[in-house]
Design a protein around this ligand. Structure first.
Ligand SMILES: *Cc1c(COP(=O)(O)O)cnc(C)c1O
Length: 399
């Protein structure tokens, strides 16, 4: 990809426009450099691709359906297709990336996997592929998050992972990330660090986007079958770090006839002080080793984000999305907790599908944007709502 320059894909220096790069401590340089030098060759090896796609098919359950949601379409007056990532093994798109990265780790000769997790979804997806491959797995997680996300901690432990609490700072995701980086510095040769979204130093954003791009690859084929053309009018996805969105957008980034909409978490409101609306509130800065948009105070301290959906509760966006925002290639829409929760109920009652609250942020875009009857809207249903049942029970008093 790096030898075919496009305005929206990564360039050969690891940048999307002005965003990206690798801003890392010197002691991490050898680890990241090994990855950078080898990832393209490994990914383009036919043997790698064959093993990756075989596992996506037989283990993850791909291709996921592209479902024409007729009642939802009638309600909103356009042609809505849901890309059913909620039907993936472990309940969300995250497994596409962890399958890819564990195969990459094996080919790099690594024996041990580390990861950071906030809500625990990426930790579970990582622990899952480590069990599958018989690899040691250490997941760093903020002490506060361990308490908030007990079921996912239990899943990781049952899968054989050790869950190590990060006890510094705010004891949440960014502290867990710092611990993971410290571990990686101490274990430069035998350990691979599986990052869970299109964030982190180059080449991670590109690596994760490529693994997730199976989503848009499938959408092209499925739309051709159902609509007789391979592209939609609109793509809609929620953005936390941005991996499910990057996967849905990937093969359409350079197709101008496709409009792109990204839904961010506005929490209790953009100006409420409790939000994760990075494009609205973020300024350029460095987080997790890349230059991107992030929410920060006047003196550059990272702001603690908030969203009812744990998966969108992230203070930055990946560099691809910072560039899509800045260049206006994508439209960013902020969705409040309230709006997301209502959209979740609507999908459940119109289509019999309980979405993850993250995905419900994308669904809420349908309330805010008017589409025309003939227009085709493909919306990424990034995950299923089982993990969010306690939140739904409380919000809708379903007891
Ligand atoms: C983690 C997660 C997200 C947010 O992560 P991205 O990298 O932005 O995709 C969205 N939806 C679900 C279901 C998730 O688990």
């Amino acid at each position: 990809m790096s030898d075919t320059p496009t305005p929206y894909h990564i360039n050969s220096e690891g940048y999307y426009g002005e965003f990206g790069g690798a801003f890392i401590p010197e002691m991490l340089y050898p680890n990241v450099e090994q990855l950078r030098l080898q990832y393209e060759a490994i990914l383009s090896d036919p043997g790698f691709q064959e093993e990756f796609h075989q596992l996506l098919k037989d283990y993850v359950g791909r291709p996921t359906p592209l479902y024409h949601a007729r009642r939802l379409s009638a309600h909103y007056g356009c042609r809505i297709y849901l890309k059913r990532e909620d039907l993936c093994h472990t309940g969300a798109h995250k497994i596409n990336n962890t399958i890819g990265q564990i195969l990459l780790a094996k080919r790099l000769g690594k024996k041990r996997i580390i990861a950071e997790t906030g809500a625990g979804q990426h930790g579970v997806a990582t622990a899952t592929v480590c069990a599958l491959m018989g690899m040691e797995c250490v997941v760093y997680m903020g002490e506060i998050d361990i308490r908030r996300q007990a079921p996912n901690v239990a899943r990781m432990k049952m899968l054989g992972a050790s869950v190590v609490p990060a006890i510094s700072g705010s004891r949440t995701l960014k502290d867990a990330t710092n611990e993971a980086i410290r571990d990686w510095i101490q274990h430069p040769t035998d350990t691979h660090y599986i990052i869970g979204s299109v964030v982190g130093p180059h080449p991670y954003p590109d690596l994760v986007a490529r693994f997730q791009s199976v989503i848009s690859q499938e959408v092209q084929i499925q739309l051709q079958e159902q609509e007789n053309r391979s592209y939609p009018d609109y793509l809609v996805a929620c953005v936390g770090g941005g991996s499910n969105a990057a996967g849905l957008f990937y093969h359409y980034l350079d197709q101008d006839q496709v409009s792109i909409i990204a839904a961010e978490a506005a929490g209790e409101g953009i100006t409420s002080g409790k939000s994760a609306a990075t494009s609205a509130l973020g300024k350029i800065g460095i987080i997790h080793g890349s230059k991107t948009l992030l929410m920060q105070s006047e003196d550059g301290q990272i702001t603690e984000p908030y969203s009812i959906s744990a998966g969108l509760d992230y203070p930055g966006v990946g560099p691809m999305h910072a560039h899509l925002f800045k260049s206006k290639r994508a439209d960013f829409i902020s969705i409040t907790d309230q709006e997301a929760m209502q959209a979740a109920l609507k999908l459940t009652q119109l289509e019999g599908i309980i979405p993850a609250i993250e995905s419900a942020h994308a669904l809420a875009v349908l309330e805010q944007r008017k589409f025309e009857e003939h227009q085709v809207v493909v919306l990424n249903l990034s995950g299923r709502g089982d993990k969010d049942l306690a939140t739904y029970m409380e919000f809708y008093n379903l007891k």
